[in-house]
Write a protein of this length. Structure first.
Length: 435
């Protein structure tokens, strides 16, 4: 797909009773991801419509009710809780009657539209395993991993029958099989987002597999796929670096005619990219000062306002600079950052966001920690000191610190703001030590 996701999204689709929820839950627990059971959302709507005495098959009766429905998913100890207008309905939606109601309402286009954004917003900022019918095809077409899980109707009916009997429900195997076949038919024949395998999904027939075996296989697939993503990270070619080296030397000589330039800690600079360069910010020339001591070619994250001038914007982009909107998380900027890092460039960021007026190091923003975590890239801290001396040339000292390993920065799978602040503070303190 077009871009590499910042988080890992695993789409797990398949027919009713294929064991998706059991597997997705276990896989999510093992990998520290969040398990999102999207069927529960359709079930909650099915429950609401049934309670209101409306026909779950009738768009005319169901659609007006949607505006009365508030749905929320919460997670506690890895368990998903479904809140329907604030009421926990997680248990109530698991009956046979509601299974059918869910299948019926799920064929109504307005219902699917109603649930689309909720599902996408959960996936956008979390590592997830999301199970459903149209996750790989419609909801998350860019998911990094797509699995289509099947099993024969008889095996699925037997599994569901055992589950229902275990819960004390009085049903016959034949009824369950009939309902499974009916739901299969409904789910694959509806006009909108019918159950079907995405072209790039891996098919997994679990008819003859035990639970543990399937969990292992799915974990394997996810790890293989996502580490293939990180292996995609390249380094820049020696030829490019050689020519860049000549330009860099020229720039350094030119700078020396204007300021007295001194580099320290050059042994700490990694020989090859990608890595993130995080520096304090005093002068407009800082990107040049920082880069002139580094062998790898860098990209630069810069505030949006300097791209306003068309001519300057063209020049900046030629120099691998790209804008970030301040004060909000900017997914385009993050994606561009990932793109450069995956190609082997470094990424230079001034985490203070703006130049320091009094020369003191500011608190810094969390972007560096965030990108380091997702791109699995180390951070090279840099301290720039500028001494303006009366009657003499300004003295600029650029000090490179020991790289902060991404493992030191790494955040949990659904990290909190406090965790992000801790990693940010670590980075800022390493920059501070160099000043
Ligand atoms: O996975 P489940 O059995 O809890 O799903 C209940 C119904 O909801 C199922 O019959 C089809 C529908 N569904 C859907 O259409 N799309 C999804 N992503 C998930 C469920």
């Amino acid at each position: 797909m077009g871009y590499r996701n910042i988080v890992t999204n695993c789409a797990l689709d398949g027919p009713s009773g294929a064991g998706k929820s059991t597997i997705a839950r276990a896989v999510a627990r093992r990998l520290g991801y969040i398990y999102v059971d999207t069927g529960a959302l359709y079930r909650a709507i099915g429950l609401y419509v049934t309670r209101r005495g409306a026909d779950t098959k009738s768009p005319a009766e169901v659609e007006p009710l949607l505006s009365e429905i508030g749905l929320k998913l919460e997670y506690s100890d890895g368990k998903q809780i479904v809140l329907l207008n604030g009421e926990d309905v997680s248990g109530l939606i698991r009956t046979n009657e509601i299974s059918m109601a869910a299948s019926n309402v799920s064929a109504i286009p307005k219902v699917r539209e109603f649930l689309l954004e909720l599902q996408r917003s959960i996936a956008a900022s979390n590592n997830i395993v999301m199970d459903g019918r149209d996750i790989g095809t419609v909801i998350l077409p860019n998911a990094n991993v797509k699995i289509f899980m099947t099993a024969s109707a008889e095996v699925r009916a037997k599994r569901r029958y055992d589950e229902l009997v275990g819960k004390g429900e009085d049903v016959s195997y034949e009824t369950v099989l009939r309902e499974i076949n009916q739901r299969d038919y409904n789910d694959t024949h509806r006009d909108i987002a019918p159950l079907k395998k995405a072209d790039d999904a891996i098919e997994l027939d679990t008819s003859d597999m035990g639970i543990e075996e399937v969990v292992n296989r799915v974990c394997e697939i996810i790890i293989e796929k996502t580490s293939a993503d990180s292996h995609r990270k390249k380094t820049l070619s020696e030829v490019r670096l050689f020519f860049y080296g000549i330009v860099r030397l020229g720039v350094r000589l030119a700078m020396r005619t204007m300021v007295s330039l001194k580099y320290e800690g050059c042994e700490n600079v990694p020989r090859k990219g990608p890595y993130i360069v995080a520096s304090n910010h005093i002068s407009w020339a800082d990107p040049v000062y920082v880069s002139a001591g580094i062998r790898n070619i860098s990209s630069y994250m810069a505030k949006e306002s300097i791209f306003k001038n068309k001519l300057l914007s063209v020049l900046l982009r030629m120099l691998n600079a790209f804008p970030i909107k301040r004060g909000q998380s900017d997914r385009d900027a993050l994606r561009t950052a990932m793109k450069y890092l995956n190609r082997g460039y470094s990424l230079t960021i001034f985490p203070e966001g703006t130049r320091s007026k009094d020369g003191k190091l500011g608190k810094g923003k969390s972007g560096v920690a965030f990108i380091s975590h997702f791109a699995k890239c180390d951070v090279l801290p840099v301290g720039i000191k500028i001494d303006k001396q009366q009657g003499k040339r300004t003295r600029v000292t650029v000090r490179y610190g020991k790289p902060i390993l991404y493992k030191e920065i790494r955040l949990g799978s659904s990290f909190s703001a406090a965790e992000l602040r801790r990693s940010r503070d670590l980075i800022m303190s390493r920059i501070g030590e160099l000043l």
